[in-house]
Design a protein around this ligand. Sequence first.
Ligand code: AMP
Ligand code: MG
Length: 342
Amino acid sequence: MPHFFKKIFLALFLTLALSIYAACQSSDNSQTEFDTVEIFAMDTVISIKAYGSNAEKALDAAVQEIHRLEKLLSVTEKDSEIYKLNSLKSITASDEVVNLLALSQEISSKTDGAFDISVYPLVSLYGFTKGEYRVPERCELEAALGCVGYEHILIQGDKIEIPDDASVDLGAIAKGYCGDRVAAVLEQNGVSSAVISIGGNVRLLGKKPDADGYSIAIRDPNNTQEYIGSVTVSDCSVVTSGSYQRYFEENGVIYHHIIDPKTGLCADSGLSSVTVICKDGATADALSTAFFVMGQEQAEQYYRNTDEISVILVSDSKEITVIGEVEFAPVESSEYTYSTTK
Ligand code: AMP
Ligand code: MG
């Protein structure tokens, strides 16, 4: 074939291949139209898949909402309300921040302080905020423990006050809240079905088109390339806390990012990961952190007093316990043992 025709042939082939690829991009195996976006924000990768003809415009609005929340809630952004609260110790806050602080305090009280946003001085000592990891001295931990106590956060109308030596961090609840807000914004923009993944925390809007539910895989805490099983769910949040998510190692010891507010040490309750499935993402996020600190027995006890959640606990000894109504399918060849409690 002459060189000129070869070129035309190649160009036609590439055009055809690209059209097929583009078609695959905008329809999954259910042949339903969708759009996706992926950004880095809130210190993690956030990806959103929205179905329907309004998806593109709705995703733009969702991205703006994520940036707005980051500016409002970040512990490191100098203009955020949380940064101002930590530096000024007393602020007039937006309704949104007031509500989030009030919800945090309520969950702290219900979990006997296992979840406590005032744990921030301890988190900073380990260097988790800036990624400058170090093992704190015992005396440093003791001094920082004196600054911790959710009950000292005063909320009076829109006025928030914390003690002079205290500081707060919404890192254990903000991503779940963000999932809820993104779902709301997508819905306001005409999307009724979407998957929002915020650093592995998943918020589902509505039902998956042409399916019973979304299948969400739960990561293996001992091998993060693998999964221990999956849940089939709709219109809810699936949030996991685990020691594998952020940690450093010193002298053969692992120091991870979930701190027991009573001891100042990395939580060591016998659990490797906790997944909470709940309609409200902020609650799911806060509870997954709390249960990780509390351990299996206390998490089960908490569950008995509520019917709004399901929980998947993975113990250090590789036992999976599924609590609640959620449909869980374990991976067949898994080395984990598995039981359910309703
Ligand atoms: P999560 O990944 O939702 O479990 O949240 C963990 C993050 O929340 C950490 O990186 C800290 O910033 C913060 N944190 C650590 N321990 C606690 C705790 N006991 N209560 C509330 N926030 C915590
Ligand atoms: Mg959390």
